[in-house]
Design a protein around this ligand. Structure first.
Ligand code: PHE
Length: 335
């Protein structure tokens, strides 16, 4: 019987079969229990011998069961530790990382190019004085840019700035030349169609020092445009007019899509209009207390959404502002 018991218990692989053996031998109706129960009916000589034998098997079995139980517990613990081990150094297999909006990515890219060239970054408020937004920038009272149809007017001579150019005024009022700044930020105009949004972003540039010429302007803009759109891209300066610069120009680059052959993006002209610029008008210097006979300078301004749309061939500006994740998530990790 002892051998039989030993054999059975050695074959045990899990706690439930261990329990089966316990019931089979030691349970109320178990083999050993019933032997012990019948002891009283046996003759005294046999009773002693069989009793001792049965008890020793019972003890042996109990001991074995305890041993096995302990082993099972130990193994369970070890397995659990193995299973639940956390390696904090492993990279997560799923991690939804957000990313800056494509407009902000472009803004940062452009700002960084100017920082690299030694410019510093200035900012101004979005709620601006009419004086800073228009008057001191040499935009006369009756100028169409002041029209109620374009400008969001507020009370008390305030408005939502229509461009970042008032930061030129703010900078020149508080700093003496030499000045080399860029000013990125939000601007507002009453405008809404596939390429215009009532809120959009511009970046303004201003350089003021003695002997600053149009050549400096051309050189800086060439470095900037080649950094964004690629080396040796065709660049064209077209005479234009802004009240706060004289002379003024608009800058075009060769179409990045058709390479100058003509397409929908450049409306078959081969050129894309990128920015406005010019030499700071003497009237603006005077308004800011800077002597135009001593100092000269240049300024430029461009729309960030437009650059973003050209870079990624986006044809509807609303895609930039509806915050559809299917759109936004395409710009992960570009910068
Ligand atoms: N402020 C002009 C605009 O909004 C751009 C510009 C800035 C032009 C600086 C010349 C100099 O269109």
């Amino acid at each position: 019987l002892k051998e039989e018991v030993l054999k059975e218990i050695e074959g045990v692989k899990d706690p439930s079969s261990l329990n089966e053996i316990r019931v089979k031998y030691l349970g109320k109706k178990g083999v050993i229990t019933s032997i012990l129960k019948t002891l009283g009916t046996l003759p005294p000589e046999e009773r002693k011998e069989i009793g001792q034998l049965a008890n020793s098997i019972k003890e042996f079995l109990e001991e074995k069961i305890r041993e096995y139980e302990e082993n099972f517990k130990k193994k369970e613990l070890e397995d659990a530790l193995k299973r639940e081990k956390i390696d904090v150094s492993l990279p997560p297999n799923w991690f939804d990382v957000g990313s800056p909006h494509p407009v902000l990515q472009t803004l940062k890219e452009i700002t960084d190019i100017f920082l690299y060239m030694g410019f510093s970054v200035e900012s101004g408020p979005e709620v601006e004085y009419e004086d800073y937004n228009f008057t001191m920038l040499n935009i006369p009272e009756n100028h169409p840019a002041r029209d109620m149809q374009d400008t969001f007017y507020l009370n008390n001579g305030m408005l939502l700035r229509t461009h970042t150019s008032p930061v030129q005024i703010r900078t020149m009022l508080k700093k003496k030349p030499p000045i080399a700044i860029v000013a990125p930020g939000r601007v507002y105009r009453k405008d809404l169609d596939p390429t215009h949004s009532p809120m959009f972003h511009q970046i303004e540039g201003l350089v003021v020092d003695q002997d600053i010429t149009f050549r400096h302007l051309k050189g800086i803009l060439k470095i900037f445009l080649e950094s964004v759109f690629g080396k040796n891209i065709p660049i064209r300066f077209r005479p234009s007019y802004f009240p706060f610069t004289e002379p003024s120009a608009e800058v075009d680059i060769g179409c990045t899509v058709c390479g100058g052959k003509g397409c929908k993006v450049c409306k078959n002209t081969g050129w894309l209009e990128i920015l406005g610029c010019g030499m700071v008008d003497p009237n603006v210097f005077t308004a800011c207390g800077i002597d135009p006979t001593v100092y000269s300078g240049f300024a430029f301004g461009l729309g960030i959404e437009r650059i973003t749309m050209l870079k990624y061939q986006i044809t509807d500006i609303r895609l930039l502002f509806t915050n559809d994740m299917r759109f936004n998530s395409q710009f992960k990790g570009i910068v």
